[in-house]
Ligand binder design. Sequence first.
Ligand SMILES: Cc1ncc(C[n+]2csc(CCOP(=O)(O)OP(=O)(O)O)c2C)c(N)n1
Length: 693
Amino acid sequence: MAQQAITLMYERNAPDNGIAWRRVAYLLHLSRILDEMEETRLVPERKVLYQFSARGHDMAQIILGLQLTNRHDAACGYYRSRPLLLSLGVDPADALGSAMGRAGGYSDGRDIGVVFNYPNRNGASALPMCGGVGAQYTPTAGWAEALRYYATVLGEKDYRDAIAVVLGGDGSIASNGFWSALTIATTQKLPMLFYVEDNGYGISVPSDLQTPGGNIAANLASWRDLTIFEGDGSNPGDVARLTQQAVDFVRGRRMPALLRLSVPRLEGHSFQDTQSYKSEAVVKAEWARDPLPRLRDYLVPSVLSADEWETCRQEAGDIAERARVEAEGRGVASPETVTRHVFYDGEIQSMGGQHCDGYQAPECSDEAAPGGQRINMVTAIRRTLEHELAINKRVVLFGEDIGPKGGVHAVTLGLQEKFGKERVFDTSLSEEGIVGRAVGMALAGLVPVPEIQFRKYAEPATEQINDCGTIRWRTNNRFAAPVVLRMPGGFFKCGDPWHSQTNEVAFIHQPGWKVAVPSNAEDAVGLLRTALRGNDPVIFFEHRAMLDHQWARRPYPGDNYALPFGKARFTRTGDAITIVTWGAMVPRCEEAAEGISADVIDLRTLMPWDRASVVSSVRRTRRCLIVHEDLGTAGFGAEIAAVIAGEVFMDLDAPVSRLTMPDIPSPHNPTLLDWAVPSVESIRQKIAALVEY
Ligand SMILES: Cc1ncc(C[n+]2csc(CCOP(=O)(O)OP(=O)(O)O)c2C)c(N)n1
């Protein structure tokens, strides 16, 4: 359909346009009363620590929210989205209690009060919001993508009319996430509505610094496959028609649209913001556009009598007061519970991943089946993906060049041909988009397996990776997004600062992610299978040097082979020294330890890591060398060394020692690279020094 820009004029008399106006009036009063209660009581009493007024944004959000009626609809908003949440059915006591950081609610006091989530099996859900501006966009695109997947690939009819809606301010439209999601939604033709609430400011920065001329709708008028709607978000008639048109369009056409409504921000950005950057005239003009009196004018008397309007206000006041009493009565969660729900601990989340839809993993075994064909690590990973794709239709693979080309490392070769473009597909070149859409797909119950082409290129996705990992914790187990994020890295025949870093430790500092670092084909099969059947997000690190390394070739251990995370493999055993390592350093350590009685421990996973095996081995050998490719300072070896120092100090006969790359990027020339990466010879020397110490 051709692009269209629709601007409707203010209309004084309310027609019967299918909007539940009484409910709008009630919810708008409720939202206002909650804002006011916070501003006049709860913030001064220090019961609410951060407050972001929604005044001015509220009416339009409520009218939009009341149209999200399909139970697979989902919206993702931001810190000013409480009115929408109320319209979806969030309990006001949860809203207030969460703002106060009380027990229960949407995060049990863990997340900042204004960042919501709402798993709802009977109506539209609110996807876990983020504090980062713009982070809401790509997960919403992922939800939209999942809706199509359920409808087409899985043939589930009740997904056919569902839509995804993302809310953002005029500041957010300058973010990477916005552009990434816009590209995804329009190239993929997804049922996604971008709802931009333009209040003219991002805190104090005017919107013409976010987009030239300040109007994103005007600037996107020629964007292909995007239909634009635009109007005055303080005008009830405009809002009703435009939200209906935009929602109907996305529902009916299964295509993306952008609705920009200009709204006044009637208070400061947050409670602390005095708005010194706005002139008195601007503030006055904003208050002249307050949607609350406009709504009253619009509804009374043609739709509601003055008494009914007043009744709505009183009802809202009563409910808000009751909610406050209930919320204040909730108390604070016990501090020791705050370490729960970083990972799945047997209590299934309410929404996200396949496990909460009754998934039962097939029988697995950590015993390799005999007689398997000897294969390299590339084939091992491909074969595991292929099997899981074949037995589980929720598994979906995507990334740059993974389709017809089969990936730049050939891991996905032939998989698109076999499983089709819906299940194995190429993406636009945006790592934030790749990971963000995976998060949305996982929230919708799929098993997304995104590929990042090289570990370094996960950096544009850092925010999405961090936010994904914390979902379970910050929603207090209401949501989880078990994504299996594959990425190759490390040196290969040469190094360089872009393709060769490992920096796996960075992921260990992202709470909620498990991290697998297999060194060989058999472990790759076992760990990947566990990841694909598990209930937590996993970084699956594929070392480039090992993908076709002769040492890493192993017999295929079978279609049911699965390895537990946190269980190391002793590739050699002995008494004189413990060598702890992983990835491409394992064969080097093995070779260096030849002729010496050594425990060589391949950790296989770094989160969790097999602390118990390492500690008991060092207690016995009394010496420990940790070898890794990543940089020395604050590399994962530092963590292992600290644990050994803390737990085995009295048993040590030599200082705990590390051999790592120096703190430099990976050098390109093989001579320089060989000098920088621990070699068999340098490991051997270090072992000798420790054994003789
Ligand atoms: C990635 C990121 N950068 C900066 C901030 C700090 N910050 C919070 S809100 C905000 C302005 C956002 O403005 P807009 O998107 O227009 O929404 P509004 O507050 O006007 O509703 C900024 C800069 C943040 N939360 N996230």
